[in-house]
Ligand binder design. Sequence first.
Ligand SMILES: *Cc1c(COP(=O)(O)O)cnc(C)c1O
Length: 370
Amino acid sequence: MSALSARPVPKAGVLAIDPYVPGRSTANGVAKVHKLSSNETPLGPSPAALRAAQETLAHAEAYPDGGATRLREAIGRRFGLDPARIVCGAGSDDILHLLAQAYLGPGDEGILTEHGFLVYKISIMAAGAEAVVVPEKNLTTDVDAILAHVNERTKMVFIANPNNPTGTYLPFAEVKRLHAGLRPDVLLVLDGAYAEYARANDYSAGTELVSENENVVLTRTFSKIYGLAALRLGWCYAPAGVTDALNRIRAPFNVNTPASAAGIAALADEAHLSASIAYNTQWLDWLTNALRALGLEVTPSAANFLLVHFPQEQGRDASAADAFLAARGLIVRSVAAYGLPHALRISVGSEEANRLLIDALAAFMGQAHG
Ligand SMILES: *Cc1c(COP(=O)(O)O)cnc(C)c1O
C-alpha cells in the first residue's frame, strides 16, 4: 500500500526544478526603461510581419492549421529544407521540451554545459531524467568534457551555438567532432537561437549535420533577430524519426495563426533581416570596444548580447553595477543562476540605450575609483 497524501503530488523530479526566471522588464521609480535583459531586437519586427499577423485576427474564431503547413513550406523554401522534416512550436522552448519529453525518461541522462541555457535543464528534469552539467573551457562548450561525461544512460546532449549567456560559439569542426564522438542513439540538439548573428567563417548552425544523420536536431526561433518573441514561434529541422515522434506528442494547435502569418511574412522581408544583422554587427563591436575602454573584461560575442565581467570588489561588483544601471532605467541580466555571479549579460539595444549604458558604466567605474 502506498502512503496516502493529503493532496496531489507532482511526479518525481518536478519539485527539484528551479523555475526559469526571465530577464526583468521594469525598474522602480524610473520613467523611461531600456530593456537590455532578454536579447530582444531593438529594431522590432518587420512591419510586414505585423500587418500579416493583424490581418488574421478577423478570423480568430477559427482553429489554426495544426500542421503549420504554409509556415513549414516558407521555412523550407527560405533555407532549402524539406518541409516534412520541420516541426514548428510555440517558441523554440516548446520544441526543446517536446524533444526531452520524447527521448528522455527516468533513469536517462541529458547533458548541458556549465553555462548552458537553463531551459535545457528544466526540460531534462521535467521529463524525469537527470541533468548532467559538464564544465566549459574559457566560457565555451568543451567537446572533450562532454564526451567524457557520456555513459550508457546518456540519451541527449543540448548545446546552444552561439551560447546564451556567454555569447561564445563552437566552430563547426568542433560540432562535427562532438557528433562523431556520440553513439548513434544519443540525440544531439543544436540550438541556433542566435545563428543569424554569428559572422565567423568557421561557424555553421549545423543544417548539413541534420541532413546527413539520424541523431541531430537543429532548433531555430523567430524570437530573436525576427523580433517576434511575443508571438511565440520557433521550429526545428530534424531527422524523419524525430519529426514523427514530435508530431505525435505536441499539442495539436501549438502554433497560432497570427504567429504563423507573421513568420511567413518575416521570412520574406530580407531587407529587414539584413538591416538587423548590420545594426547588430556595428553596435556589438562599438559596445565591446567601449566597455573594454572602461577597463571591463568582455567575452567576445557571436550573438546580440555581451557578457561583461565586473571586478570582485564591494561597490564595483556585478550586483552593484546591476543596481546602478537599474536606477538609471537600464535593465540588464543578472547571470548568477548561470554560474556567473561576477558578470552581467547586456543585450545590444537602441543607439540611445547603448550610449546611455556606456555613460552610466563610465560613471559607475569612475565613481567606484574615487
Ligand atoms: C532566446 C533563446 C531561445 C528562444 O526561445 P523561444 O522559446 O524561441 O523564444 C532558445 N534558446 C536560447 C539559447 C535562447 O537564448
